[in-house]
Unconditional design. Structure first.
Length: 106
């Protein structure tokens, strides 16, 4: 029988194992801005319903904004942060309040 010989350069396909690093998404802060017209109870309700904060956490966040002008509500991915801020704006407008929240880089 014949001997099958290969030239060294014929079959040089080598599978290389590549590392695929998943990059963590950038995070953004949702910041509550104080105003003199939106009732505290409404702000607390928003924090509980939209941001799923406990009543005591919502109270602390609201008071921090009231005393200091602004307060971080939470840190989220961009899509989640902008969606939550949009929900807040819609609810505030529908209720006739000027409540504002903004998205900032974390």
């Amino acid at each position: 029988m014949g001997d099958i010989s290969r030239r060294p350069d014929e079959d040089t396909n080598v599978l290389e194992k590549q590392k695929h690093e998943t990059k963590q998404p950038e995070m953004y802060k949702v910041v509550l801005l104080n105003d003199d017209y939106t009732p505290r109870e409404f702000v607390v309700e928003i924090l509980i319903r939209i941001f799923r904060k406990s009543a005591s956490d919502a109270q602390v966040i609201m008071m921090r904004a009231h005393r200091g002008g602004k307060s971080v509500v939470g840190i989220y991915t961009y899509d989640i942060a902008t969606t939550k801020v949009s929900q807040v704006r819609q609810k505030a407008r529908a209720s006739g309040y000027p409540l504002k929240m903004v998205v900032e880089g974390a």
